[in-house]
Design a protein around this ligand. Structure first.
Ligand code: AMP
Ligand code: MG
Length: 479
């Protein structure tokens, strides 16, 4: 028995929010990547699914028992411009109820066109789907809330982009796929009852501790702001750059979602941007916190009709909710930075201490991850100079003003500073091997190293060097 237990609570929302649509069968489903540990968490039998039966299901050629395939509708601000969107190439099979009682969306991405596909072909290429698999699983191993990847299959069909590529489908697992853009979709239809249904559904599914009542919508907004502040802080602390923080790519569950042109920063530089379509740096590393707040402001606008009959009072209250973002973000970020430096206690000068390190890293173009890794190991980072020595004396003195032992300091730092992140050139090399040579062993090796990012005792030398090309790295929209 494969273990499917699919339910469909989302599909009980008003019809405005989805369309029934079946995946379009493909010519030759072949399993390329299968996440057995995740299958087990889902209550699915990896031995049954990692083969013919699984390939057919994850290609959309066969539906698992109890599936009710739908495409979800949403809108979104893309690079600041509002558009109607929806799952153009993704199909939700249902919500798997796991043995531990969690409800997780099982979604196929690249499974054929839907009513929201506009001119798109509904398909995806192998490279970008493997890319999402690698990065999302790396994020999960880093302990950062994220959607996950259960499988990638090739379709046996070509997709046509700038060149002809192998088609593939990713099976994505998520707490849900409700986005800021889903709320915007409801608001744009000026349908207060649909908007209220979505808000209630989101609250009960993701924030069940918030009670029913007049204040529930504002409390939901508060809670979403809080989770996003925590999430973006986690991104900043590992140098993750999402690349396309459009409002349709921000999940109300607080998970990282939609890995397109994302990447990890090598040399510390707040202006770092990887996406080839982001010429203005709207989604640059240093801009992620203000952009998250901008997106949350769009969410607040969409939810305003739910926030009471007195418009002025609603605006005041929603604004107060948004106003908490910066403080919450700053607190999460500074707490995280303290951990990265081995600091348990709080002193007023800590922010300055952190900022001075970052300034030094920026000036030296020091590698973000490796600098913290060296500090964790008690080594001098690359490019250490007298400026670094001076700073290092300060942090050492700072650590002596807390009661914790050296061993405790090291344990804290090891848990906060990854030894390995998905280095862009290694991700590219593994995708190159997989897509041009059919060699998956490079990716398997990379995934293995990325699976235990906080293990500082393992020899991961092959995975820690930043690219030495000198060229700025670019990722392209994952279509
Ligand atoms: P993304 O940039 O992946 O967040 O996608 C933005 C929008 O374009 C979403 O509504 C997608 O469903 C849609 N989309 C992207 N690629 C395709 C495609 N190949 N076919 C149909 N729709 C697509
Ligand atoms: Mg998207």
């Amino acid at each position: 028995m494969p273990g499917w237990r699919l339910e469909h609570t989302y599909a009980a929302l008003p019809p405005l929010f989805f369309s029934d649509i079946r995946p379009t069968p493909v010519a030759g489903p072949t399993m390329v990547a299968f996440n057995a540990p995740l299958a087990v968490e889902l209550g699915l039998d990896p031995d049954v699914l990692n083969g013919r039966e699984g390939a057919d299901i994850f290609a959309g050629n066969a539906l698992p028992p109890g599936a009710r395939p739908i495409a979800q509708a949403y809108a979104g601000h893309q690079f600041g411009h509002f558009t109607a969107l929806g799952d153009g190439r993704a199909i939700l099979l249902g919500e798997q109820v796991t043995p531990s009682g969690h409800r997780l969306d099982i979604q196929l991405k690249g499974s054929g066109p839907t009513p929201y596909a506009r001119r798109g072909d509904g398909r995806a290429a192998l490279g970008p789907m493997l890319r999402e698999y690698i990065i999302s699983e790396a994020m999960h191993a880093l302990g950062i809330p994220t959607t996950r990847s259960l499988a990638v299959v090739t379709t046996g069909e070509a997709v046509y982009r700038d060149s002809t590529l192998d088609g593939a489908i990713l099976t994505r697992v998520a707490s849900s796929h409700i986005r800021v853009g889903t709320m915007q979709w409801a608001a744009a239809h000026r349908d207060p009852s649909a908007l209220e249904a979505l808000s209630n559904y989101t609250r009960r599914r993701h924030y069940p501790s918030i009670p029913d009542g007049d204040e529930s919508h504002l409390m939901l907004l508060d809670a979403i702001v809080e989770r996003q502040a925590a999430l973006i802080a986690r991104w900043q602390l590992v140098g993750f750059i999402h690349g396309v923080m459009n409002t349709d790519n921000m999940a109300l569950s607080g998970e990282t979602i939609d890995y397109g042109p994302c990447a990890f920063m090598d040399a510390y530089a707040p202006e770092t941007v990887f996406s080839s379509i982001d010429a203005d740096g709207r989604y640059a590393y240093g801009n992620q916190p203000p952009i998250a707040l901008w997106n949350l402001a769009r969410l607040a606008e969409a939810m305003l009709p739910l926030c009471g009959p007195d418009r002025e009072r609603a605006v005041t209250r929603a604004t107060a909710s948004l106003d908490r973002f910066e403080t919450l973000f700053a607190r999460h970020w500074l707490d995280g930075m303290r951990a990265k430096l081995g600091l348990f206690t709080q002193e007023p000068e800590d922010l300055q201490l952190v900022e001075d390190l970052l300034t030094w890293m920026h000036q030296q173009s020091a590698d973000f991850t490796n600098t913290f890794r060296a500090l964790t190991a008690g080594h001098l980072p690359d490019r250490a100079d007298s400026g670094f020595d001076e700073w290092h004396l300060r942090v050492t003195a700072r650590r002596t003003r807390q009661p914790q032992s050296q061993a405790e300091v090291h344990a804290l730092m090891r848990g906060a500073n990854p030894a390995v992140i998905p280095r862009n050139h290694l991700v590219e090399a593994s995708l190159h091997a997989a897509t041009t040579l059919g060699d998956l062993s490079v990716m398997t090796g990379l995934l293995d190293a990325l699976g235990t990012p906080y293990d500082h005792d393992r020899d991961v030398t092959a995975f820690t060097a930043p690219a030495d090309t000198g060229r700025p790295y670019q990722t392209f929209c994952g279509t």
